[in-house]
Ligand binder design. Structure first.
Ligand code: ATP
Ligand code: MG
Length: 155
């Protein structure tokens, strides 16, 4: 469907913000706010999981940035946090079902979020990559192909 990306993202962020409101994290959203065609049913759970992680693994009063850029071919989302980070060895295993980083401590989770994300990103024919430094923060980059309206099955 055709949506305004900013509204779409803000809607997701608003709910997560309430969920993590005790941490007083500042979330900024920047980029191209144009209307685009996306597969909402796939993109929503992807961004939901990635932003949930960004907030969950961040400390109080920190900042999470979401940057969106659109081109004819693709839409890029960059989610940057100042959280606990992910060690080099954990970075290899993040997308495995039930895998959790060694540094999660008492932060709750099942380790399933990113494995679901990976499956959905593959279905979307997109790409996801993680750059992280332990104790400093994590940047997740998600790239999905732009959909042309004529690609959509309207039947
Ligand atoms: P769930 O999402 O199922 O509630 P989870 O968050 O532990 O649980 P994933 O989302 O799959 O599971 O993430 C796997 C692991 O990757 C996490 O346990 C954590 O160690 C690490 N991780 C993911 N995102 C971040 C992040 N933004 N900062 C630090 N560590 C992260
Ligand atoms: Mg998670």
């Amino acid at each position: 469907t055709n949506v305004n990306l900013l509204d779409f993202c803000k809607n997701i962020i608003e709910k997560l913000h309430i969920l993590h409101s005790d941490k007083h994290i500042k979330i900024t959203v920047k980029g191209d706010y144009s209307s685009v065609y996306i597969y909402q049913n796939m993109l929503k759970p992807i961004l939901d999981n990635l932003l949930d992680n960004a907030l969950k693994y961040s400390s109080e009063n920190s900042v999470v940035n979401l940057r969106i850029s659109c081109s004819q071919q693709k839409i890029t989302f960059k989610i940057k946090d100042q959280g606990i980070g992910i060690s080099k060895s954990d970075q290899q295993k993040l997308f495995q079902p039930f895998y959790r980083g060694v540094n999660v401590g008492t932060i709750p989770g099942t380790g399933l979020g990113l494995s679901i994300v990976q499956t959905l990103v593959e279905l979307y024919k997109g790409n996801i990559s993680v750059v992280s430094k332990l104790d400093l923060g994590t940047t997740v980059t998600l790239v999905i192909p732009s959909i042309q309206p004529m690609d959509l099955d309207t039947s």
